[in-house]
Design a protein around this ligand. Structure first.
Ligand SMILES: [Zn+2]
Ligand SMILES: [Zn+2]
Length: 177
């Protein structure tokens, strides 16, 4: 949902600034096969500064997100912290900036929406392939058992290697004659 901020007070003078802290709810996010559900709102602390050509938003945001381990699929809670950067200009001034400069527009002469920049910064910081533990052993592809809980004994070659086919050969590599 939009987070509108009235910035008339800092538009009058160069380098005037104000602090904005707040929170807002964000819908679930999916990145590829991985889905992320927000446990509560995204919270942020941002400073808005009149930089002449526009208003710069700079600060931090954080959120608690529920997702799942990519190996064993167990539920997993992660805290996501992000640096927020935003740049807001009057609609008539957009041509003054190079195309690669991402700008958003100041609406109704004095209102900006902080939500897109904050949500974007959080999404970028989400772990792409989260693991509940760096050593997670995953799920047995044969029986579906969680290998973190118990070794199931299925005959699975968990670490196929190009040298496996040599294992059956009786090579005397220790004492080459
Ligand atoms: Zn796991
Ligand atoms: Zn198994």
């Amino acid at each position: 949902m939009p987070y509108k901020v009235e910035i008339r007070s800092i538009l009058e003078s160069l380098s005037a600034s104000r602090e904005v802290s707040g929170s807002f709810g964000v819908p679930d996010v999916a990145l590829g096969d991985q889905s992320y559900r927000f446990n509560g709102p995204v919270e942020f602390d941002i400073t808005l500064t009149n930089a002449g050509a526009g208003v710069v938003a700079s600060g931090t945001a954080h959120a608690f997100v529920q997702t799942s381990c990519v190996r064993c699929l167990c539920d997993l809670a992660v805290e996501v912290e992000a640096e927020v950067e935003g740049f807001y200009v009057r609609p008539g001034n957009a041509d003054e900036f190079p195309e690669e400069q991402e700008v958003e527009f100041i609406a109704d002469d004095s209102t900006i929406d902080l939500e897109p920049a904050i949500t974007q910064s959080i999404v970028v910081e989400m772990p792409f392939a989260p693991l509940h533990d760096p050593e997670c052993r995953g799920i047995c592809p044969v029986c579906g058992g969680d290998l973190n809980v118990a070794e199931c004994g299925c005959a699975v070659d968990r670490h196929p290697s190009p040298f496996d086919s040599l294992k059956g050969l009786d090579l005397d590599v220790e004492n080459p004659s």
